[in-house]
Design a protein around this ligand. Structure first.
Ligand code: BES
Ligand code: MN
Ligand code: ZN
Length: 491
């Protein structure tokens, strides 16, 4: 269910709400704008703060009872000593929405003192992220045990009238994240290449985007031997999908967003160990990010041309699957020796990256759950960023920061090219254990002929455990990075 969000001016002290969320910075002093509220509920907030029970630290929260009128409950959530207030508020709002969702209050109001447009937007995005759940496949509990999910949230601010653009933007971004996370959480038997293509078509219909879908036959005609060798082990029809949003001037070169869409990655003949293999349903998070970002970009009606593209298939071992030692030919004519069939994402992206040249892109940003090596290098909270244009990499890293999806650049020195030389073909599909994220990007670079950034989101797209603000499951990365990158170009 999607959260209804709004902003309005009101007196928090007399507000009739089941839950009032109060976001507070680090400190033990009751802020002036909360004095009336504190008095109305009997002074509990001030006392709690003076005692030091609640200090406004990052991720700190305290649930107080309100009165029988006005706010019935008060939830204090701290955001610490933030250097970036919008992002700190967003994090606190996410935490608040998670708790509200568990409480089953159905609706909340939130105060954070004076907020500007960007802060309001981030708070409202945070609330939507916090109450996201994927319940489609669960039998609901009996009626009397059900708790109301958080359904509506209102930001209380004096300047609410000036915040309507922020509310609209937050709705668009929230809708984008919803699309991505839902797809990412769906199991591989439901989230198939067909379903991804249908989702793209549906978004296209709603927002008048031109959607092009290539299947196996069309890709054979394009001689995409690299993409197709991954798809040859599965009976599912692979899909190469392009969603064209034309919000900018005619003739303006588009930004192209590209995603890896492996609906499941068993590893193929180089099969992965059974333990935690189920997690590999997440291997389409790059594609999910593209699809969700296109939803948001269309809703935001950004004055810029954007093409969202993804390659979708499933990597399976079978009698027809590609084998180690096989040599395939990509659409560019480049021959590739397959060393490990589990390095399939780069094989799919090779033909997709070559294909997007037809759009004459101003810049291409791809996102892929590409290497386990990236998880070792940067962990689960930082995305790897690599590219052939340092200014563009910096621009994308900046966008990632604004989206609260931090990224960090890794080098692409020419020396690494040695590692993907093959004995029999032009290149091979793995470069060994050393610098695995970089050699994967070096492989992709062979198929790129425009300004380009590659985001390795293997560690950041999905969390294997609860991360305070994100439950176990899809985080939404790289959706926000794509959206912020495009917004940055739209100004
Ligand atoms: N989808 C995986 C990347 C991955 C692995 C993400 C583990 C998160 C956790 C990708 O297709 C893959 O299997 N990569 C291999 C490449 C290797 C064979 C060169 C890897 O990282 O092990
Ligand atoms: Mn793989
Ligand atoms: Zn993969």
């Amino acid at each position: 269910m999607t959260l209804t969000i709004a902003a309005r001016a009101a007196n928090p002290a007399t507000l009739n709400t089941p839950l009032l969320v109060v976001l507070l910075p680090a400190g033990t002093e009751l802020p002036a704008h909360l004095k009336a509220l504190d008095k109305a509920i009997g002074g509990g907030i001030g006392r709690t703060m003076r005692r030091g029970d609640f200090r406004g630290g990052r991720d700190e929260s305290l649930h107080l009872s309100g009165g029988s009128r006005g706010p019935r409950r008060v939830l204090l959530v701290g955001y610490g000593t933030a250097s970036d207030r919008p992002l700190a508020l967003r994090r606190a709002a996410t935490l608040a929405a998670r708790q509200a969702n568990r409480l089953g209050v159905g609706s909340l109001a939130l105060v954070a003192g004076t907020v500007d447009g960007r802060e309001a937007e981030q708070v409202l995005v945070g609330l939507q992220l916090g109450c996201w759940e994927y319940l489609d496949l669960r039998t609901p509990p009996p009626e009397n045990e059900r708790r109301a999910p958080l359904a509506d949230a209102t930001l209380i601010a004096e300047n609410a009238k000036t915040l309507s653009a922020a509310v609209d933007a937050a709705r668009a971004i929230g809708a984008g994240y919803d699309v991505s996370r839902r797809l990412a959480q769906m199991p591989g038997n439901l989230c198939t290449p067909d379903l991804l293509a249908d989702t793209a078509r549906d978004i296209g219909k709603r927002h008048s985007l031109k959607v092009t879908v290539l299947g196996r036959r069309e890709m054979e005609r394009e001689k995409m031997g690299s993409f197709l060798c991954v798809a040859q082990g599965t009976p599912q029809d692979p899909k190469l999908v392009a969603m064209e949003y034309r919000g900018g001037p005619k003739g303006q070169k588009p930004i192209v967003l590209v995603g890896k869409g492996l609906c499941f990655d068993t590893g193929g003949i180089s099969i992965k160990p059974a333990e935690r293999m189920e997690f590999m349903k997440f291997d389409m998070c790059g594609a999910a990010g593209v699809i969700g970002a296109m939803e948001a970009i269309a809703r935001l009606a950004l004055p810029v041309n954007v093409v969202g593209v993804f390659g979708a298939t499933t990597n399976m071992p079978s009698g027809t699957a590609v084998k180690p030692g096989d040599v395939v030919t990509a659409s560019t004519g480049t021959t590739i020796e397959i060393i490990n069939t589990d390095a399939e994402g780069r094989l799919v992206l090779a033909d997709v990256l070559a294909w997007v040249k037809r759009f004459d892109p101003a810049a291409v940003v791809d996102a892929a759950t590409l290497t386990g090596a990236c998880v070792i290098a940067l962990g689960n909270t930082t995305t790897g960023a690599l590219g052939n244009d340092d200014a563009l990499v910096a621009e994308v890293v900046g966008a990632a920061k604004r989206a609260s999806e931090p990224a960090w650049q890794l080098p692409m020195f020419d020396e690494y090219r040695e590692l993907i030389k093959s004995d029999v073909a032009d290149i091979k599909n793995t470069g060994g254990r050393a610098a695995g994220t970089i050699t994967a990007a070096m492989f992709l670079r062979e198929f790129v002929s425009y300004p380009w950034v590659h985001l390795d989101v293997a560690g950041t797209a999905y969390s294997e455990g609860d991360l305070t603000i994100t439950p176990k499951g899809p985080t939404g990365v790289p959706t926000g990075t794509f959206i912020e990158f495009v917004r940055g170009r739209a100004h």
